[in-house]
Write a protein that binds this ligand. Sequence first.
Ligand SMILES: NC(=O)c1ccc[n+]([C@@H]2O[C@H](COP(=O)([O-])OP(=O)(O)OC[C@H]3O[C@@H](n4cnc5c(N)ncnc54)[C@H](O)[C@@H]3O)[C@@H](O)[C@H]2O)c1
Length: 274
Amino acid sequence: MRIMITGNMGYVGPGVVQHLKASFLSSKIVGVDSGIFGHCLTADYHPERRIDSQVYLDVRDIDEEMLEGIDAIVHLAAVSNDPMGLRYEAVTEEVNQNATIRLAEMAARRGVKHFVFASSCSVYGFANGSARSEEDAVNPLTAYARSKVGAEIGLKRVAGNSDIVVTALRFATACGFSSRTRLDLVLNDFVASALATRHIAVLSDGTPWRPLIHVSDMARAIEWAIIRPALSDDRFLAINVGRDDWNYQVAELAEAVSSLIPGNIRQNQQQRPA
Ligand SMILES: NC(=O)c1ccc[n+]([C@@H]2O[C@H](COP(=O)([O-])OP(=O)(O)OC[C@H]3O[C@@H](n4cnc5c(N)ncnc54)[C@H](O)[C@@H]3O)[C@@H](O)[C@H]2O)c1
């Protein structure tokens, strides 16, 4: 199997490459990434040594010929958080939404069988009360979340007009170690701050809920999506990916980290970006 992974040089990508290489032993993996965070290593080795070829390219510039012979695309490349989306709204829409749909359209024309899209639980917006299911309406509140919803709408259309099986994995907020660990994500931020400064800054009243997922579980979900059969005629599936019992309030996370790495928790009323 030949797999293209876009955005493989970020936080989630290295674990996905490692997992897919172990799961599909004869697979060939090509990475496509502009390399924005290439130098941000949190391990003493380069994770790209695990893949068969690395293309340094903006996903907006992928040529259709590059998809010849590819069986599955795992599309991770994105402007990947709310603060960047707020500052670069047009680019967020171009990369996360327009380039995603264009890539899926090209993939469908070239006979790629599976397209796996890294969507986000942020499509549900601010949730009061019970956890959101796929049956609930989306309510994107940020440019980042709107771009994920827009991409899903376009991907559903592509799947409806072709034979490609498309899976939009609505991931919870990631946590855990990667060879390019992101420290802007809530639990990683708390652990890193506690280790480095003995202080944890909670930029809200601590009540917001955060569904979490370990990066290695994201890789397992991607493996499933790469080979899942189409369900009836509907080749598009948007599915939440997380765990019911990994849904925490921010204050609980701060307390948990502080019980393991003693220090101070600073709390203020300012709303923390997602
Ligand atoms: N990390 C999370 O908590 C989380 C949660 C839900 C969904 N997701 C989604 O999963 C995917 C991966 O997340 P991540 O945490 O690894 O993000 P990341 O920001 O660490 O990695 C994104 C990668 O995409 C690349 N990239 C960005 N724009 C590009 C472009 N125009 N062309 C080519 N490459 C480009 C970057 O260089 C980077 O290597 C993203 O789509 C993100 O929206 C992540």
